[in-house]
Write a protein that binds this ligand. Structure first.
Ligand SMILES: N[C@@H](CCC(=O)N[C@@H](CS)C(=O)NCC(=O)O)C(=O)O
Length: 225
């Protein structure tokens, strides 16, 4: 039996969605983030030493890292669904997006989250202006331009077919949903600026499997920013 160790408001939401798309049965074990630090509870470290979400257990296997989990589930339970044929140009794109989501798209979003927090964190009044200035400078000079470059690229790629790995919806679209929801929630992808990303999000959010996964995973506040 597959168990998804699911942290609220996290990347494991897309694993629930993938399993719903594949129609594979699974159970969800829920974990709640610490309200102050937003970190996962120590109980998750008992499942895997990294203590991050998602973690999937399947019999005697324990799997971590979203992209690797997506690959495993599609390979083991997909029966050729949600993945372009081996050797096709679409398959190369599929592999690219599976890696790109966590390797390139997420890091600048994470940096923005961290420096936003530095900017608004409570601290002694005499340090605050300095911390604020540093955070704003890093964001202006490095983080925001990176976000622009990456999501302009995704926007252009989506213009081709509406999906990322060719003409069909694949697990690469599921893997990319998290950074795209993240950038939209933080104001970096509006209808005016990134219409293809917004239309992509509207399409995935309308899928019955996406909705079923939300019902299983509980509140998913990333959608509200
Ligand atoms: N690249 C990893 C990232 C895993 C990760 O950082 N997960 C976050 C949830 S979105 C987490 O567990 N955060 C809580 C913590 O670090 O304590 C993946 O895609 O699985």
């Amino acid at each position: 039996m597959i168990v998804v160790h699911h942290l609220n408001n996290s990347r494991s939401q897309r694993i629930l969605w993938l399993l719903e798309e594949l129609g594979v049965s699974y159970t969800v074990k829920r974990y709640e983030r610490d309200a102050k630090t937003m970190l996962a509870p120590p109980a998750l470290k008992a499942v895997h030493p990294l203590g991050k979400s998602p973690v999937v257990t399947d019999g005697d296997k324990t799997l971590v890292e979203s992209g690797a989990i997506v690959e495993y589930l599609v390979e083991t339970y997909g029966q050729g669904r949600l993945i372009p044929p081996a050797g096709s140009p679409e398959r190369l794109k599929y592999t690219f997006w599976l890696h790109y989501a966590e390797g390139s798209a997420m890091p600048p979003l994470l940096l923005k989250l961290i420096f936003d927090r530095v900017e608004s964190a409570p601290m002694p009044f005499f340090v605050k202006p300095i911390a604020k200035k540093i955070a704003q400078t890093v964001k202006r000079q490095f983080v925001n331009p990176q976000i622009e470059t990456h999501f302009a690229f995704v926007e252009d790629e989506l213009a081709k077919t509406g999906w990322l790995a060719g003409g069909d919806f694949t697990a690469a679209d599921i893997q990319m949903s998290f950074p795209l929801e993240g950038v939209a929630a933080r104001g970096g992808a509006t209808k005016e600026k990134r219409p293809n990303i917004v239309a992509f999000l509207d399409r995935i959010h309308a899928r019955p499997a996406y909705k079923a996964a939300l019902a299983k995973g509980g509140p998913y506040d990333i959608l509200r920013g």
